[in-house]
Design a protein around this ligand. Structure first.
Ligand SMILES: [Zn+2]
Length: 218
């Protein structure tokens, strides 16, 4: 089916969710691209700006929390749907820079309705001051084999670069992008809202699979 609707970028670390959502949304005319985490999403954003970004919140490397805060700063016109199995209900969780929230595992028909409704929603301006600074940089325990360092995504040029940690985790610091020189205020945090288990994710996947048939049949 040719692309007749909005351009979407789906960001999720679960391959099954990416392929399922791509299949479903492409079938009904959306133009879909995918990324597996925040960093690859930034690479996709540098190629082409989507109309709507759908992002999981809990991802390795660069979480949805970080990604959405960069997107809201740099591309306030992109409509954003945050997705997670760690929060319930329809309200955007506090601290998440998104226009809508989809609870993973709930009805796919509800997600389609949400995507459709975004075009009638007022486009937001730049981040409110509560999001303005600093960027939250995710501390990834798996990156600690050698020298402790984090990866920072520049909100200006969207490139990423490694930054050695000086033991100041949790404290605000300023650094400069190694590519464009922009000053970046950031603070290194433990993975926000780290999901204690992958089981709930798998449950959500299974539920989405089960619901897809009914959503397609609508
Ligand atoms: Zn930069």
């Amino acid at each position: 089916m040719p692309c007749t609707k909005e351009k979407l970028l789906i960001v999720d670390d679960e391959p099954a969710i990416r392929s399922l959502m791509t299949l479903l949304l492409t079938e009904i005319g959306y133009c879909v691209r995918c990324a597996q985490d925040g960093f690859s999403a930034l690479r996709e954003l540098r190629k082409e700006i989507p109309d709507i970004l759908l992002s999981d919140l809990n991802m390795p490397s660069m979480s949805g929390f970080e990604l959405l805060s960069v997107v809201r700063r740099r591309f306030p016109s992109i409509m954003v749907i945050a997705m997670s199995a760690s929060f319930s209900g329809n309200e955007v969780p506090s601290g998440v820079a998104a226009d809508a929230f989809y609870q993973k595992g709930s009805s796919m028909a509800a997600l389609l309705h949400m995507i459709g409704a975004l075009q009638f929603m007022e486009r937001r301006g730049p981040l409110p001051s509560s999001f303005a600074a600093p960027l939250q940089i995710q501390w990834d325990e798996r990156g600690t084999s050698g020298e402790a360092c984090v990866t920072i995504a520049c909100p200006e040029c969207l490139r990423t670069f490694p930054q050695a940690l000086d033991g100041s985790r949790g404290r605000e610091q300023e650094t400069n992008c190694t590519y464009c020189g922009s000053a970046i205020q950031c603070s290194v945090v433990e993975h926000p809202y780290r999901m204690p288990q992958r089981i709930s994710q798998r449950r959500a996947d299974a539920k989405i699979s089960a619901q897809r048939a009914s959503a397609v049949g609508d």
